[in-house]
Structures are given as C-alpha cells and as structure tokens.
Design a protein around this ligand. Structure first.
Ligand code: SIN
Ligand code: FE2
Length: 214
C-alpha cells in the first residue's frame, strides 16, 4: 500500500537548484541488472562500516567499484585504488553502472561525464547520513550522480553552509539525483531510514554515487 506523505517538494522531475535535478525513475529500466552486479561487487569488496576521522562508526555500510574508491578512517577521508580491507583493487565498474551514470548526467545537462569512482551505500532501517559536502574529489567540474534503490528515503539538499535551510526530497527505488556546476558543493544528507520494506530489496536501501574523483 502506498501511504501518501507531504514533503517540501513535489514528486515529478524537479530542479533542486540551477544545476541540480531529480530524475524520477530514471534507473528503473536497468534496476534488475544492477542487483546481481551489486552482489558480485560485495562478494569481492564486502560492505563495511567505516570509521570517521572523529572516531565515529558510520551507520551506513559502504563499498566501492571503479578505479578509485572512497574510504574513511581515523586518518581522514581519501580515494584509494586498493580496498584497505582486502588489499586488492576495488572491483571494476560494471558496464551497466557506467552507462546509467553517463546517461543520467547527460539528461541533467552534463555531457561527457566519465565516472571513475562509485561509492555504494547500504542503509538498514535507522541508518542515516549526516549533512556533508562531497569535496574529496580532484575535479569539481564533474557532477555527482546518485542512484537510489530499495526502500525510500528522505534526502536533504542544503546550501553552501552546513546551517543553511534544507529541502526535503523523498527518493524512491529508481530515482536519480544529479548535482554539479553551481550546486556541486551543496550540503546534503539522508534522514534516518524508515522501516518500510521494499518488494525487491527487502529492508534495505542501496545508493550509488558516481563521481569523477581522480
Ligand atoms: C551520499 O551523499 O553519498 C549518499 C546520498 C544518498 O544516500 O542518497
Ligand atoms: Fe555525499
């Protein structure tokens, strides 16, 4: 059953800023191809709860695919070519991921996006991501492409200061958010996940963020 809810922003494709868009259902045509690819990535580089430089264990479990992967520990945040947990390279980015990222970027007005990193976040009920900027990448000209699968979540899209007001955006299975240009460094985060199981993925939400990190 669908429970209607009121959010600050309406449900169709929407602009979150001059260079930020929500593409509703953009990933739906390939969603079933993405799922086995996630399992294969997780078999090689398992989901893990990273520790922040401040010593907190993140509630979101993470892994990566692509030439570069995002990692955090007591020493800081960085991109690495090697998974620190396995000592091997991060799994290659599957073609279906790469194509989806390029097509979504193009649809949002960013042509020529070539992602070299994909951070995969797995949220269980209650997991959240506090407001942050994506600023560990070398190249801020390239956008961030964020794909949501599984349980719905409330994405917060803020301004250039942590204390700026945020827009609440309900994200569902298949939705893609793209932000770049003037919006590239806007704060964003995810509210604690509600426990509303998804037909295909059960009690989890998976989010990919594609980046040009190197
Ligand atoms: C992120 O900011 O890395 C993830 C955002 C999301 O899970 O929607
Ligand atoms: Fe982020």
């Amino acid at each position: 059953m669908h429970t209607p809810q009121l959010f600050d922003a309406p449900a169709p494709d929407q602009r979150l800023g001059p260079a930020a868009r929500v593409l509703r259902g953009f990933a739906l045509p390939v969603a079933r191809e993405l799922l086995p690819a996630i399992d294969a990535i997780a078999a090689a580089s398992p989901f893990r709860h990273m520790v922040t430089p401040g010593g907190l264990t993140m509630s979101v479990a993470q892994t990566n695919c692509g030439a570069l992967g995002w990692a955090s520990d007591r020493r800081g945040y960085r991109y690495t070519t090697i998974d620190p947990e396995t000592g091997a390279s991060w799994p290659a980015m599957p073609g279906v991921f790469d194509r989806l990222a390029r097509q979504a970027a193009e649809a949002a007005g960013f042509s020529g996006f070539v992602p070299d990193a994909c951070l995969i976040n797995r949220y269980a009920p209650g997991a959240r991501l506090s407001l942050h900027q994506d600023r560990d990448e070398c190249d801020f000209d390239a956008p961030i492409v964020s794909v949501s699968l599984g349980m719905g979540a409330v994405f917060l899209f803020g301004g250039h200061a942590r204390t700026d007001p945020t827009t609440r955006v309900a994200l569902h299975h298949g939705d893609v958010v793209v932000w770049g240009g003037a919006d590239r460094l806007r704060y964003h985060g995810v509210l604690p996940l509600k426990d509303e199981p998804h037909a295909l993925l059960g009690r989890q939400r998976i989010n990919f963020t594609f980046r040009k990190a190197g």
